[in-house]
Design a protein around this ligand. Structure first.
Ligand SMILES: Cc1cc2nc3c(=O)[nH]c(=O)nc-3n(C[C@H](O)[C@H](O)[C@H](O)COP(=O)(O)OP(=O)(O)OC[C@H]3O[C@@H](n4cnc5c(N)ncnc54)[C@H](O)[C@@H]3O)c2cc1C
Length: 299
């Protein structure tokens, strides 16, 4: 045997837990939320999975922060205060000590938006290897939105009933025809990797998705936001609901200092300070300032 293939012996010390521990998922292997007609978000695992009895996974954030702050932490010695301080000051690495593994089932047009977030580890269903299932996303009547007149990227008010009905009929007919064509191509011996080309964006895919809490909060801040498309927001909201009981203190800080906070530009601070209009000729920026003033209840 060559020298390189030898592994040196290492002594592993397996220490008992410092205190009684509890499972942050309460002994469950899967927490699941159904989304739309065929979609789902399932939480499969968490790091840390076991925490001292009476603690939540927030514990891992505090533990990491105390390593970096050492004695200095004594000034902020309460867990909630420390996590809120870290969150306010964007000291983010302690949040990376918590990780979540999810199983998601979602339409491909949602997955395309989702996959732009590069900081997760992803393993997706292979439509080269397996046959794509006959599952399509179709919005409910109340989910058919008109093209927004103010936002070129979005929909807002509901479409009228006959337009919505016609659109849903169109989806159903094309999906049925496209799936029949897909099956026929497979039966004729066309490879799965090519036959899938005729399937629509509404067909479902699935993946395992693992991410740390810092990057998950970044994802959620963008995808729970009203500017994100409603369909991906439904997934993001479900993910937040699943993680909230596991890291309740960090989740509260996320809502307070991130999702529900308002960022002010230098020009906006100036307008606020002087009571003068915003100095800009950019209509979009002006409209955004009006929105912020409304939220702040400023005339
Ligand atoms: C409402 C909305 C509309 C959008 N519209 C469009 C659109 O029209 N067209 C389009 O193409 N995209 C669009 N996007 C996608 C958007 O531009 C981002 O790609 C997506 O939100 C991922 O954001 P991110 O890069 O911050 O996230 P992540 O990939 O999760 O990265 C997290 C952070 O890590 C850092 N990071 C990661 N990778 C790199 C890198 N390679 N280099 C430097 N820093 C890195 C950055 O700080 C980044 O913010 C839209 C997103 C939203 C929310």
């Amino acid at each position: 045997m060559g020298r390189d293939s030898q592994v040196e012996e290492v002594t592993i010390q397996k220490k008992p837990p410092e205190s009684e521990v509890s499972d942050v998922m309460g002994g469950s292997a899967r927490w699941e939320v159904k989304i739309h007609d065929h979609g789902l978000v399932a939480l499969l695992d968490v790091m840390p999975r076991f925490v001292p009895v009476g603690k939540t996974a927030d514990f891992a954030i505090v533990q990491a922060a105390r390593v970096s702050y050492g004695e200095g932490t004594k000034q902020v010695n309460e867990d909630r205060g420390l996590i809120r301080y870290l969150s306010r000051h964007r000291h983010t690495t302690p949040f990376e000590m918590v990780e979540f593994k999810f199983h998601h089932v979602m339409p491909i047009f949602v997955a395309r938006q989702w996959i732009r977030h590069r900081t997760a580890n992803v393993n997706e269903y292979s439509a080269r290897y397996s046959v794509v299932k006959d599952r399509f996303y179709r919005p409910s009547m109340e989910g058919v939105r008109q093209q927004s007149k103010t936002n070129r990227q979005g929909g807002d008010e509901l479409a009228d009933v006959s337009t919505a009905e016609e659109f849903l009929r169109y989806l159903e007919e094309t999906e049925r025809a496209q799936y029949a064509g897909y099956e026929k191509a497979l039966e004729g011996g066309v490879s799965r990797e090519l036959a899938r080309m005729g399937l629509p964006l509404s067909v479902y895919t699935e993946w395992y998705w693992k991410i740390d809490l810092h990057n998950l909060f970044h994802f959620l801040s963008l995808r729970m936001d009203p500017h994100a498309q409603q369909e991906i927001r439904d997934y993001a909201n479900a993910m937040f609901a699943l993680i909230q009981p596991i890291i309740p203190i960090a989740a509260e800080a996320f809502l307070d200092y991130n999702l529900h906070s308002i960022r002010l530009s230098r020009l906006e601070i100036e307008a606020l300070r002087t009571g003068q209009p915003l100095v800009t000729d950019n209509k979009r920026e002006q409209a955004e300032w009006e929105e912020k003033k409304k939220r702040l209840d400023i005339k």
